[in-house]
Design a protein around this ligand. Structure first.
Ligand SMILES: C[S@@+](CC[C@H](N)C(=O)[O-])C[C@H]1O[C@@H](n2cnc3c(N)ncnc32)[C@H](O)[C@@H]1O
Length: 200
């Protein structure tokens, strides 16, 4: 059974791979890049897509686990970034069943353009799961998409305010909150950029 939130991705994966890989890691994360760990760290990229960010972080010396539930996107990522030391996992929010089973905690968790695929109940469960996977002082970054829902996708309107409240409920401090226009030229779409910090 398909993980909820992945509707519409498998069918369009061949076109999406070009869009996702046309962006650079540095550009996608330009507002929060200065907060990322410099020393080799453990990174979890959830909804990693084609692995653009996972590969960039692996190249910087981090140990990267990429969670991607859409098989077609995962296959593209494994092919495109076959030389990158990325640990790919077929898993999904909200529960991330396989990740906690690894007994690993992370210094950086990235939720790039994925949170809005979860409904409210799933977002509440997912934040609890993520919070439990963090090392002291860990960073969590989120990019929340706003605007018209592409045909065939399952997406919800998710506000930065709700995400901040959810994060605070789990003891995470909000250290960045801004908005930006779409990077890929759709003027009806805009993004919230959030960064959260776990207690040290
Ligand atoms: C808009 S894409 C973003 C991909 C990548 N993070 C990037 O920035 O290029 C959203 C990704 O979230 C994944 N996704 C959808 N539902 C998910 C879920 N429930 N758990 C984890 N990932 C999910 C999709 O398969 C897709 O790869």
């Amino acid at each position: 059974m398909k993980a909820s939130g992945t509707e519409g991705y498998g069918e369009t994966a061949d076109a999406l791979v070009k869009r996702y890989e046309s962006l650079s890691f540095a550009d996608v994360h330009r507002e929060t890049l200065h907060l990322f760990p410099m020393a080799p760290s453990r990174v979890l990229d959830v909804g990693a897509g084609t692995g653009r960010d996972a590969a960039a972080l692996a190249a910087l010396g981090h140990t990267v686990v990429a969670v991607e539930p859409t098989p077609e996107l995962r296959a593209h990522g494994q092919r495109l970034h076959r030389d990158a030391a990325i640990i790919w996992i077929d898993d999904a929010l909200p529960d991330l069943d396989k990740v906690p089973a690894r007994g690993e905690r992370f210094d950086l968790v990235m939720l790039t353009a994925v949170w809005m695929h979860l409904d409210l109940g799933q977002r509440e469960r997912a934040m609890a799961r993520i919070a439990a996977l963090l090392r002291p002082g860990a960073l969590v970054t989120l990019l929340l998409r706003h605007g018209p829902v592409p045909v065939g996708r399952r997406m919800f309107e998710v506000s930065a305010a709700e995400t901040r409240a959810l994060a605070a409920h789990h003891g995470l401090e909000i250290i960045h909150d801004s908005e930006r226009p779409a990077l890929l030229g759709d003027s009806a779409v805009w993004w919230s950029v959030l960064a959260l910090r776990a207690p040290a």
